[in-house]
Design a protein around this ligand. Structure first.
Ligand code: PLP
Length: 441
C-alpha cells in the first residue's frame, strides 16, 4: 500500500488539531501539503513517498551534526538499554551540567555557576522568569517584539516564530492580568529600554532577550546592545535573561554570548548575563533544555530555595546521553563547516535573487541566516513585517519541488548542519536560480 503526504495530512487532520503538533509545520503561510518524514540521515530527510530532500530546518536547530549522527544514536541506544527513566538522579546529569559550565566561558569569564536541566526551551525560559521574579521580589518582565521564548503565558505577547507566521499579536487564553505583567519593547532600541526602566524600574524583575533574534527571521543585536541592556537591568536591580535556546552551541562553542565575550562579535566584550536559557542543540534532538547562570540566583530554586520547579522527565537519561554526545562531537571543526556552508548558501541565494532583480537583504547572526525581502536590513519586528513576504511562498515551493526542505515561513532562520557536504550544498545551489525566478514573479 502506498501512502502519500496528502493522505497522511488528511488523516492527521482528523486526529490532531490542524494535523500538526506545532503550528508552523502545517504550512499555513506557504500553503500546500506538509511533508511527512520517515527518516533522516546526515543532511537528508526522506518522506513517506520515498522522496529525498536536502534539509535546511534541522529540527529547527537541534541537528547541528546532521540527522542520525552515529555517535549520538549509539549513545541513546546504549542509554535506552540501561533503562528509559528512573525519576532519580543519574551521573550523566552532572556530567552534562559540568560540560556546559566549562564550555560557556570566554575572556576569562565563566558565567554559568549552576545549571538545571528541563525538557523544553519553553520550560527553561518560563522557569528563568519565575526565578527572576522570586529572586527580585518583583513582577514585571521586559521582552522584545518579535522575540520568541516558547509558549508560556507571560511570553506570548508580540512573539516571533509561529505567532509571526500566523500574524497573531498574542494568544487567546492568556489572562489579561498575566499579559499586563509583560512590557513589550522594540528590539535594538536602547532608549526604549531606558524609558521603560525610568518609569517602572523598581517593579521590573527581568529583561529577557534572544541572544540574537532568530524567530522573526534573523535580526542580530546591534553591537553592544546586549551589554547595554544588561547594565540598565543591573542599575535597577533587575536581571538579564539571555535566551540562547536557538543560538546556544549552534553559533559557536560558547553560544552567542561566547562570540560577544571573546570579541568575535564586536561591542559585547566584558559583560555577562545573570541567567541563560538553553535548548535545541543541548539535547541533540532529544527533549532536553536547561537554565543556568549565577549560582546565588540559581540557588533560589527548590529544594534549596523558595522558587518551585520540577519535572518527571527532567534530566532524562536518553536525552542527557544525546546531549553529552552532541556537545562532545561539536568541536571547532563543526562550527567551521557550518559557517562555511552558511557563507556559501547565503551568497548563492543572494546572487540568484539579485540576478532576478528581487530586492532583498541577507540577515546574519553567526552561523544563522535568513533573507528579508526588503531594501534595508530590518533591525526590529516592525521593519521585518514591512518586507515583501509574499515573495517567500513561491520561492519555498520551487525549492521544495527541487528537493530542498526550507523553513515553511519567511520569519524563520535557515539551519545548516555539519553534515552538509559538497554534494548536499550543490543540490541546494542548483535549485536556487529557479526559486529566485519564482520569487521575482
Ligand atoms: N527560545 C527560543 C529563542 C526559541 O527559538 C524557542 C523555540 O523555537 C524556545 C525558546 C522554545 O523552545 P521549545 O520549542 O523547546 O519549547
Amino acid at each position: 500500500m502506498t501512502t502519500t503526504n496528502r493522505q497522511q495530512f488528511e488523516r492527521a487532520q482528523q486526529a490532531i488539531p490542524g494535523g500538526v503538533n506545532s503550528p508552523v509545520r502545517a504550512f499555513g503561510s506557504v500553503g500546500g501539503t506538509p511533508r511527512f518524514f520517515v527518516s533522516g540521515t546526515g543532511p537528508y530527510l526522506t518522506d513517506v513517498e520515498g522522496r529525498e530532500y536536502v534539509d535546511l530546518v534541522a529540527s529547527w536547530g537541534p541537528a547541528l551534526l546532521g540527522h542520525a549522527h552515529p555517535e549520538v544514536v549509539r549513545a541513546v541506544q546504549d542509554a535506552a538499554a540501561r533503562g528509559l527513566s528512573f525519576g532519580a538522579s543519574t551521573p550523566g546529569e552532572t556530567e552534562l551540567a559540568e560540560l556546559v559550565e566549562a564550555r560557556v566561558s570566554a575572556g576569562g569569564r565563566h558565567p554559568i555557576g549552576k545549571l538545571r536541566l528541563v525538557s523544553t526551551g519553553t520550560e527553561a525560559t518560563m522557569t528563568a522568569i519565575r526565578l527572576a521574579r522570586g529572586y527580585t521580589g518583583r513582577d514585571l518582565l521586559v521582552k522584545f517584539a518579535g522575540h520568541y521564548h516558547g509558549h508560556s503565558d507571560s511570553l506570548l505577547a508580540e512573539a516571533g516564530s509561529g505567532l509571526a507566521t500566523l500574524a497573531l499579536p498574542g494568544s487567546a487564553g492568556v489572562p489579561a492580568a498575566v499579559a499586563a505583567q509583560t512590557l513589550v519593547l522594540p528590539y535594538n532600541d536602547e532608549a526604549a529600554v531606558r524609558a521603560a526602566f525610568a518609569e517602572h524600574g523598581d517593579r521590573i524583575a527581568a529583561i529577557i532577550t534572544e541572544a540574537a533574534a532568530a524567530n522573526m527571521g534573523v535580526v542580530a543585536p546591534d553591537p553592544g546592545f546586549n551589554r547595554a541592556i544588561g547594565s540598565i537591568a543591573r542599575e535597577h536591580g533587575a536581571l538579564l535573561i539571555l535566551d540562547e535556546v536557538l543560538t546556544g552551541f549552534r553559533v559557536g562553542e560558547a553560544g552567542w554570548w561566547g562570540l560577544e565575550a571573546s570579541g568575535a562579535v564586536p561591542g559585547g566584550e566584558d559583560w555577562e548575563p545573570d541567567l541563560f536559557a538553553f535548548g535545541k542543540v543541548i539535547g541533540g534532538g532529544m527533549p532536553l533544555a536547561a537554565l543556568g547562570g549565577r549560582a546565588d540566583v540559581m540557588d533560589h530554586l527548590a529544594p534549596l530555595g523558595p522558587v518551585y520547579q520540577a519535572g518527571t522527565l527532567s534530566g532524562n537519561p536518553l536525552a542527557v546521553a544525546a546531549g553529552i554526545a552532541t556537545l562532545r562531537a561539536a568541536d571547532a571543526g563543526v562550527y567551521e563547516r557550518v559557517t562555511s556552508v552558511a557563507n556559501e548558501l547565503s551568497a548563492a541565494v543572494s546572487d540568484a535573487l539579485s540576478a532576478e532583480g528581487v530586492a532583498h537583504v541577507v540577515q546574519r547572526a553567526g552561523t544563522l541566516f535568513s533573507f528579508a525581502f526588503a531594501t534595508e536590513s530590518p533591525r526590529d519586528y516592525a521593519a521585518v513585517r514591512r518586507q515583501e513576504a509574499f515573495r517567500y511562498p513561491p520561492f519555498f515551493h520551487a525549492m521544495l519541488s527541487a528537493g530542498v526542505n526550507l523553513p515553511p515561513s519567511v520569519f524563520e532562520a535557515w539551519f545548516v548542519t555539519a553534515a552538509h557536504d559538497s554534494a548536499a550544498v550543490g543540490r541546494i545551489v542548483d535549485a536556487v536560480p529557479a526559486a529566485a525566478k519564482a520569487a521575482a514573479a
